[in-house]
Design a protein around this ligand. Structure first.
Ligand code: CMC
Length: 377
């Protein structure tokens, strides 16, 4: 049967899913039918993760149980710490995270992915341990000791505590929590699809998540949040924005943090993050990067008019993390800490009706070529 080739599988459904939905024309994103605006204003990351994984908002006791299961599994084995210590300090934290998550699977070797109980505990471990791995590598690579998690702190307080050795003010942990909600899920994106391809082989969830982490790293996907901050720093001041963007667009280069395969209007997550920036910088002091970013958005709207290219989720998130004092290379790992909830929600869903991914190709090579012995080539 002849098929049309769709580069990047644009518009080709790869699964049926009830996890989330995007309306790219209206700029609407829903997790399990609930608008992202509602969740970011009223939920928490762990409640949202539970919603994504199990399909509905948890009852009070269910949420308490999930939260306490996560808190109990935050610690990582000393051998994972040893593994992180062996990695080069200049290595990218996404590579360290990918290696550590793949290694986690060796400590929890339950391979029967039909075992629902085991799958629950794997999901709990992954959501609980990713922040500990990221914070441990951040400290170890600069020569500091790993800080073990504290059970009395909530998910985001604990992550920032493990990263900085001090309990953060509410404003910072709450802001991070909202960022995690916004990054937790986004339909059939590259890293989710990667995880699903791996999951379709019935590989274990640590391998599924490790493969998703690899896909998230790239600058066209999660890695764009790093590139945005580098770009804003390079631009320097609002006055430099117009000449910088003109030069970039003339050279047919992309503006990082802009454009999306699905959204043809401003990404609703970027709108929420921008509101978060407004509040944060009013309360905690201005950010020079934010001033530049606002001007980039204004000038880009003019220069890219008619192309449907607007700020995406990666445009404003890095500015917030930068204000928190987090190193640029840790922005994408924070994305992974959130997105693991979405990856696992798709994995749970996929296991109910799995089919091995084995797409087709359009062969454009030759046929019936002779094998020429090496001495005659
Ligand atoms: N800057 C300038 N022009 C752009 C951009 C951009 N960031 N994105 C798209 N365009 C233009 C593109 O040049 C093309 O113009 P023309 O038709 O004249 O050739 C038109 O818009 C359509 O582009 P496309 O490449 O067909 O669109 P796509 O759906 O394949 O690209 C994208 C989606 C995300 C890869 C792209 O917008 C991009 O490279 N953005 C920059 C990287 C980025 O911010 N990535 C984060 C994506 S969202 C969060 C995530 O997934 O992690």
């Amino acid at each position: 049967m002849p098929h049309d080739f769709m580069p990047g599988l644009a518009g080709v459904p790869a699964a049926r899913s009830a996890v989330s939905d995007v309306d790219g024309q209206r700029g609407v994103l829903e997790y399990r039918g609930i608008r992202i605006e509602d969740l970011s204003a009223r939920s928490t990351f762990l409640e949202t993760a539970s919603l994504l994984l199990f399909g509905r908002l948890p009852a009070k006791l269910e949420l308490e149980r999930f939260t306490s299961d996560i808190a109990l599994h935050r610690r990582i084995k000393y051998r994972i710490i040893d593994l992180l210590k062996c990695l080069p300090e200049q290595g990218h934290p996404m590579d360290a995270l990918q290696a550590a998550v793949a290694a986690l699977g060796m400590f929890y070797p339950g391979r029967n992915v039909q075992d629902i109980d085991n799958n629950y505990w794997s999901a709990v471990r992954l959501i609980a341990k990713l922040p500990t791995i990221v914070a441990a590598y951040a400290r170890l690579r600069r020569g500091d000791d790993h800080i073990p998690p504290r059970d009395d702190l909530n998910f985001c307080e604990n992550f920032l505590y493990m990263l900085t050795d001090s309990v953060p003010q509410k404003v910072w942990s709450h802001t991070l929590d909202v960022c995690l909600i916004l990054h937790a899920e986004h339909t059939m994106n590259a890293s989710t699809f990667t995880g699903m391809v791996t999951g379709s082989t019935l590989a274990d969830p640590y391998t599924v998540v490790a493969s998703s982490i690899g896909a998230l790293k790239g600058p066209l996907h999660g890695g764009a949040n790093e590139a945005v901050v580098h770009m804003l720093r390079e631009i320097g001041t609002p006055a430099q924005v117009r000449p910088y963007l003109k030069k970039k667009l003339q050279a047919k280069e992309r503006i990082m943090g802009f454009g999306h395969r699905v959204y043809k209007v401003k990404d609703p997550r970027a709108t929420i993050l921008q509101g978060l920036c407004d509040r944060l910088f009013r309360e905690c002091g201005a950010s020079p990067l934010y001033e530049v970013a606002l001007e980039v958005e204004r000038v880009a709207a003019e220069l890219l008019r008619g192309k449907g290219v607007y700020p995406n989720v990666d445009f404003y998130s890095g500015i917030i993390y930068d204000k928190m004092g987090i190193e640029v290379e840790f922005f994408t790992p924070i994305f992974a800490i959130a997105r693991v909830a979405g990856w696992l929600a798709h994995w749970f869903e996929q296991l109910q009706e799995n089919k091995l991914f084995r797409p087709d190709q359009i062969y454009e090579g030759e046929h019936d070529r002779p094998y020429v012995p090496i001495e005659k080539r």
